[in-house]
Design a protein around this ligand. Structure first.
Ligand SMILES: Cc1cc2nc3c(=O)[nH]c(=O)nc-3n(C[C@H](O)[C@H](O)[C@H](O)COP(=O)(O)OP(=O)(O)OC[C@H]3O[C@@H](n4cnc5c(N)ncnc54)[C@H](O)[C@@H]3O)c2cc1C
Length: 475
């Protein structure tokens, strides 16, 4: 037995080292010696997510199936140590990190796509498949899985479901929960349950599939997912336009629908975002570019041609200038370069990025941006805004220096003010990144006491010993 000393803790209470040895021995029995990691360098990659704050797990366990996960959770309830599930580890709210100690269950080995049913339009997959791998696999059958978080090359399907991930295609296709037909879930107390099924119509019992979607690994560990598919659209095209103001750019959004076009994506960049990419990559945007829209359409080739021309007319009528419309896939890719350039471009504005993902009714986006720019000025913090104008979900990025405590304090104050503004405008504090531990202190800005109480009671009923992912959502 490895003599490395670990202390499996539960909310600050240490389990005796004799128990540790017993726990480790039992974990090794369940998953095999080589799938229990305790060496610091092997555990290290599981210590953080995209928030980049480190909480090293006391052990990482890499099970192969639902039976092994159920056995681990039963052991955790018997010995009372915390368990945190992890997908690709690219969450933005610390959901996958063990803030309260204990073990991390990595789903890396559960990476098989089990069945693709073209006629019935569904795929059955394990949770450790990346979003990208799933998309590629179904596209080979001319099928389409629309949810597309920008982290798609690294995020896992299990993490997408647990966070109810969105993406740029949400404007037309919605978010992950709209594609989850059924799940196999291991409950926090170690039972294996099946919720939902294979069909898109299914109203038998409570909607437990809906409950698990977005539950951030706190109500069960997803071990299999049945996901709804669509026929793969034949073609796509994109129109890019700059505007003098955000108000002008955002006013186009409802006009696309009035012209009977539903764009697959409507992305917007504000003035600071344009300046950032311009200074780093010299796209050629002038000083008069105060906002930028990227609008994509998809469907049958003839329809895409028609719809992209309608989009072009709408943006021109709406005050858009330097309007470009893609004629083929290569040109389309080039138009999206500006969006891809954003993340690297804004790095120079600070070592710390408070990347918030607030959401408001889409007609209120210009007001949101206006007020966020004021908040940035008030707290002397540089802010870059961009995101999904089609569904009102805006990425507000307050930039500062991680080693400057005063700048960090000002940025945090700016974040709180931004949440207040979003709620006041009829929106909420997160459109896609979730709560985790990072946004837990702000939950009561978005939800009333009785709603939070209902959530606590569901958690308590399913996880009476508080084993699964403690320290998240509720403070
Ligand atoms: C560059 C970048 C771009 C991003 N873009 C987007 C975007 O466009 N849209 C968007 O929505 N998000 C985006 N995100 C956030 C993030 O990628 C998503 O939240 C994603 O769904 C996380 O998946 P993951 O596999 O990395 O989950 P992890 O970070 O590993 O885990 C996230 C949560 O899911 C739980 N979990 C993981 N697997 C399971 C399981 N099998 N069963 C139960 N619970 C589980 C964890 O406990 C944790 O609470 C982005 C992140 C980055 C870094």
């Amino acid at each position: 037995m490895n003599s490395y000393h670990v202390t499996l803790t539960r909310q600050g209470r240490a389990v005796t080292s004799a128990s540790d040895e017993i726990v480790l021995a039992r974990l090794r029995e369940i998953v095999g010696d080589e799938h229990v990691l305790i060496d610091p360098e092997k555990v290290e990659p599981y210590a953080q997510d995209a928030v980049k704050e480190k909480f090293p797990p006391e052990a990482v366990v890499l099970p192969r199936d639902a039976d092994e996960i159920a056995a681990i959770l039963r052991l955790a309830n018997e010995r009372r140590f915390p368990v945190t599930a992890r997908g690709g580890g690219v969450g933005y709210t610390g959901g996958a990190v063990p803030v309260d100690g204990g073990i991390v269950i990595g789903t890396d080995r559960m990476n098989r796509i089990k069945e693709i049913h073209a006629d019935d339009l569904y795929v059955i997959t394990e949770p450790g498949v990346t979003t990208y791998a799933l998309q590629q696999a179904v596209e080979a059958h001319n099928l389409f899985y629309p949810p597309d978080p920008s982290s798609y090359k690294n995020s896992f399907i299990g993490g997408n479901i647990a966070e109810n991930a969105g993406g740029i295609r949400s404007a037309k296709y919605g978010v992950t929960k709209h594609y989850v037909l059924g799940l196999e879930v291991v409950t926090p107390t170690g039972e294996i349950a099946r919720v939902g099924g294979l069909t898109s119509k299914n109203v038998v019992g409570f909607d437990l599939t809906g409950l698990i979607c977005g539950s951030e690994g706190m109500l069960g560990i997803i071990t299999e997912a049945t996901l709804r598919l669509l026929p793969l659209p034949e073609a796509t095209a994109t129109v890019r336009a700059t505007f003098r103001t955000m108000t002008e750019a955002c006013a186009c959004v409802p006009r696309f629908n009035r012209a009977r076009v539903t764009p697959v994506a409507i992305e917007v960049l504000d003035r600071n975002a344009i300046r950032a990419v311009e200074s780093e990559f010299a796209f050629g945007f002038g000083e008069d570019a105060g906002a930028l829209l990227l609008v994509a359409v998809d469907g049958h080739a003839d329809e895409v041609e028609r719809a992209s021309r309608v989009v072009e007319e709408v943006v021109k009528d709406g005050g858009g200038f330097d309007v470009l419309r893609s004629g083929n896939r290569e040109e389309e890719e080039k138009l999206w370069d500006v969006r891809r350039a954003l993340s690297p471009a804004i790095k120079k504005f600070g070592t710390m990025k408070f990347n918030e993902d607030v959401v408001v009714p889409r007609s209120r986006v210009p007001e949101l941006i206006e007020q966020v720019v004021e908040i940035g000025k008030r707290h002397e913090t540089f802010v870059v805004n961009f995101g999904h104008a089609g569904d009102g979900n805006i990425h507000v990025n307050f930039m500062c220096d991680r080693d400057d405590p005063d700048a960090m304090r000002r940025a945090r104050a700016a974040v709180r003010d931004t949440f207040a503004v979003s709620v006041n405008l009829g929106g909420t504090i997160s459109g896609e990144h979730g709560i985790g531990y990072v946004k837990a202190p702000y939950l009561d800005m978005a939800l009333g006491a009785s709603t939070i109480d209902m959530m606590r009671r569901i958690k308590q009923a399913l996880d009476p010993n508080g084993i699964l992912n403690p320290g998240k959502m509720f403070v």
